[in-house]
Design a protein around this ligand. Structure first.
Ligand code: SF4
Length: 213
């Protein structure tokens, strides 16, 4: 008996047993395809991830833990893993609220591979939408997106301010999606441009989505 199949089987069955049917959105979905969110919320069966993917996700969690322990040692963490007040639209948990020079910041810790990290000159749009929502729900006007290169452990940081235009767009689009989920209406397929084609390439709902064209 080899060890790797035992590890992989445990990871894959652990994740398969998770049921994610619900009537609210996760803040982490703020930049996701609305149709994919719909499928997930409604319990459609998607393609299963391989164990490697779960190991990558676990690695992301360890990046958070490692960086948070340093920030705690610096004495700047006001709260960590802090849930937003419960709402009908979004549920979510910010990585931390920190204070620097007597000013509060929402902090989001992210990690990415070296290719994405090297190209990163401004906040990733998905990270920006998420931190905007946290700033909104915690009523804090500033945020920091701290990104670690998974391969070299280099860091980049982006300081962002609350942007009501971005927030309005999110609330309008998710308000519409909420109505569609309540009516059980499958959202239209978004018109992804060439740079966004990867969303469908990596989507676990590709097969079911093709049946609804
Ligand atoms: S295949 Fe593309 S359009 Fe369809 S649900 Fe997935 S990401 Fe959305």
């Amino acid at each position: 008996m080899k060890l790797i199949p035992l590890i992989d089987t445990l990871l894959e069955t652990r994740e398969e047993s998770r049921n994610d049917t619900r009537d609210y959105f996760h803040i982490s979905e703020a930049d996701k395809c609305p149709r994919a969110i719909f499928y997930k919320m409604k319990g459609y069966t998607g393609e299963k991830f391989k164990a490697d993917m779960y190991r990558k996700l676990d690695n992301g969690d360890y990046v958070h833990k490692r960086i948070m322990s340093i920030l705690v040692s610096l004495g700047i963490v006001v709260a960590s893993e802090i849930k937003i007040p419960e709402t009908n639209l979004f549920h979510g948990r910010a990585d931390a609220i920190v204070t620097i020079d007597n000013e509060l910041y929402v902090l989001e810790v992210k990690s990415m591979n070296r290719y994405a990290f090297d190209k990163l000159e401004a906040p990733d749009p998905a990270h920006l939408k998420q931190i905007q929502l946290y700033m909104h729900y915690f009523n804090i006007n500033k945020g920091i997106i701290l990104v670690e290169n998974k391969d070299s452990q280099e860091l980049k940081e982006f300081i962002v301010t609350r942007n009501d235009k971005i927030l309005n767009e999110i609330f309008i689009s998710f308000g519409i999606l909420k109505e569609m989920t309540q009516a059980n209406t499958i959202p239209p397929k978004p018109n992804f441009n060439r740079e966004e084609k990867w969303r469908c390439d990596y989507c676990p709902y590709r097969k079911v989505c093709a049946q609804h064209d």
